[in-house]
Write a protein that binds this ligand. Structure first.
Ligand code: 0O2
Length: 218
């Protein structure tokens, strides 16, 4: 077997074993990608319909992501279970993630309700960090949904995490995310306090803008 030029060099047997072990994981990731496509399409269909019926798009953008293998292993360890396909499927519901960015808070609930009303979607869990923000000020609506995917020889139920946020909530979360990964900040308490105030101000702004929109559309 021709040897790899970079990185680790494997003999033929261990390379074969490694590929055999990786194949089921690669297949599972493919299935999560399919689940992402299903849910993304459902949301895009709702967006299309709304833009025609109500003359505005309920969401501004939509992003999908698969958790990286390193992220999956780190989370398995943090939660205290062995890294097996079974454990990943049964215990980790954010391998497939969708983030939906809306302009107005009302549209978040509208979209989320229409999504979970669909008869092939099962709501597994809902965390409403908008109605009840986290201590640090984080706001978003998180849903874990079960969606079927239709493969050539089976129908499989997959879990997808959908996070709904306004543009302002997303702006805030990106800045706060930076704080979380900066370990040695001297003034981190002061920054956390300021961030919390910003979250409250931007929530007020979200609702004022929504009231204005509602008055315009009345
Ligand atoms: P990434 O890279 O975005 O995927 P768990 O999922 O079990 O670790 P928990 O509390 O059950 O944690 O999940 P929860 O509350 O539903 O939040 C999970 C995701 O929401 C996070 O994913 C973030 O994307 C986002 N999130 C939650 N809280 C915060 C917060 O305080 N600040 C910011 N910026 N984002 C938050 P990951 O896996 O952490 O990261």
């Amino acid at each position: 077997m021709e040897q790899l030029k970079f990185g680790n060099v494997f003999d033929e047997q261990s390379a074969k074993e490694m590929l055999e072990q990786a194949a089921p994981f690669i297949e599972l990731m493919m299935q999560y990608r399919c689940a992402l496509m299903e849910v993304e399409t459902k949301l895009k269909v709702l967006n299309e319909e709304f833009s025609l019926t109500y003359d505005h798009n309920p969401f501004e953008s939509i992003k999908t992501r698969l958790k990286s293998p390193a992220g999956i292993i780190e989370k398995c360890r943090r939660k205290g279970f062995d890294v097996t396909l079974e454990n990943i499927e049964n215990n980790m519901f954010d391998i497939a993630g969708i983030r939906v960015i809306c302009s107005f808070p009302e549209d978040i609930y509208l979209l989320a309700d229409y999504l979970i009303q669909q008869d092939d979607i099962i709501l597994i869990n809902k965390k409403d960090y908008i109605a009840k923000p986290k201590e640090n000020g984080y706001r978003s609506l998180h849903l874990i949904v079960d969606v079927p995917i239709f493969l050539s020889d089976e129908k499989k139920h997959m879990k997808v995490e959908v996070q709904f946020r306004t543009i302002a909530m997303d702006f805030w979360a990106s800045l706060e995310h930076k704080l979380r990964y900066k370990k040695d900040l001297e003034n981190s308490d002061q920054i956390a306090t300021e961030l919390k105030q910003c979250a409250e101000e931007s929530a007020r702004l979200d609702y004022r803008m929504q009231q204005i929109r509602n008055q315009i559309e009345k």
